[in-house]
Design a protein around this ligand. Sequence first.
Ligand SMILES: [Zn+2]
Ligand SMILES: [Zn+2]
Length: 593
Amino acid sequence: MKESTNKNNKSKGNYVKKKNIKRVSKSYGRNRRNSSRKAAPVKDRKFRVIPLGGMKEIGKNMTLIEYENEILIVDCGFSFPADEMFGIDVVIPDFSYLKENMEKIKGLVITHGHEDHIGGIPFLLQEINVPIYGSPLSLGLIEHKLEEHSLSAKMHVMNAGDVLRVGSFSIEAIRTNHSIADSYAFSIKCPAGHVLHTGDFKVDFSPLDGKRIDLHRFARLGEEGVDVMLCDSTNVLRPGYTPSERIVVDSMNRIFEKTDKRIIIATFSSNIYRIKYFMEASINHGRKIAISGRSMEYVLGLARELGYLDLPESAFVDIRRIGNIPDGNLTIVTTGSQGEPMSALTRMVNDSHKAVKLKKGDVVVFSSSPIPGNEKTITNVVNKLYEKGVNVYLSDFVDIHVSGHACQEELKIIHSLVKPRYFIPAHGEYRHLMEHARLAESLGMSRSNIFVMSNGDSLLVEEKRATLEPGYASGEGVLVDGYGVGDVVEVVLRDRKQLSEAGLVVIALCIDRATGELMAKPELITRGFIYVKENGPLIDEATDVVMETLGNLSPRALRDVAAIKTAVRDAMRTYIYKKTKRSPVILPVILYV
Ligand SMILES: [Zn+2]
Ligand SMILES: [Zn+2]
């Protein structure tokens, strides 16, 4: 990889030097941008786009761009498990294609610091060493993750507008707007073509940091010619535009104006600019700010270190010292907007928060919307808040949250500016991808140039055509449970499901090795199946069934562990189902003496 060594760039604080993150010159490649495609001698006029995650799902985003013997990775996220994945912590993309092609991998570029884009990185780095490129905030969040896993990687800061070379790829970071600071789209050029990956974005004409999405650049790249565009599909089902972050701040100001009680704001710690504005509004209304929750403290600490949050020290008060501050002069910013059981807000609600005791009249603002699947836990928290006489503001009734993703009209803007030859709807469930394909068609794209892909498929792009290659790489999700990566397979999940639904029955048998005779009455132990003390007759009868089953076995079968287990398991399964209509896991344990 080549990069400029311009040392005069001003960094945000001294974070960059301290953390050994290299900066990339802003000017590199700017002047050769237009010539990059012509300048390189073209050996091969084809390249591939291979999504390993993020297709037909929202989560674990990861896309490979492969040119000759080089691979560039865009994002490496994780997703949260589906309900039927019992005990699974997270799901990550399958890295086997990358492991097989390890020597080809040139770099990992990060669009932004959300978990569905960076969460898988520690697992990737355990397998593959790869340099990482992204915004200061993305890299700061990644660094924190890596420290937790005792890992390290070479990291290179890219600012919006930076262009750099990684192998044969020329990569440009383009500013977008999203619900986390410094989100980028990437223009990725190789001698065979040009890919534009939008990352997660919306078009915000009045973003809180004043840094609008670089629509000029999208338009210019469109003029230069984009072969393949991958575009965020999250909000494609919503007509119109996503409102600006600005309206959130306006709503919050109205809440500040009409209340003289404590205000507790629950929001995502990564939405730093929104939090910054809430904090500034607090200061303007004569309030001190206390921060609660581990991730909130960490992210805001990082944001201050990097210069995203330049507020005076005197504006803050330690959460343990809020006791002597009048209610009307205090704002608490907290985690827990999703009703997470261990979060600070949930602890407040359950009276187990060390510093904050909720009281009648307190105001709690949820500046968030439920992530699908969290509705129930949030409702529980909200109900408990009502019980305590707390005034609750939810985004259903007040504009205190807006989405970070583009709605239909914004998507149309991007499509119209970029006008790609081929289009891959990305970052969406199947319905989102299909609707996004339809939207592109409605703007005049030919259906044959739109590719709705599955994880692991490849789009082979040649000079005059593009071909979908289904199942080019493995696109299955890999389940992570504690320290185990990929060791929980289908059959384990099935057992967990069965255990959770009907419990466990252990049948302990003690058999004479010489004669094959039962030495004692079989013992039945159950967990999560029935309460034994109240079901004596059932247990007795089941024990009889086991003895009868053993009695029917030949002396030879009685010396065969597998045969006994199968016979006992089958007999018990039939008996228990007949009696209870339940199917617990049945586990015969045989002891030969
Ligand atoms: Zn995002
Ligand atoms: Zn995302």
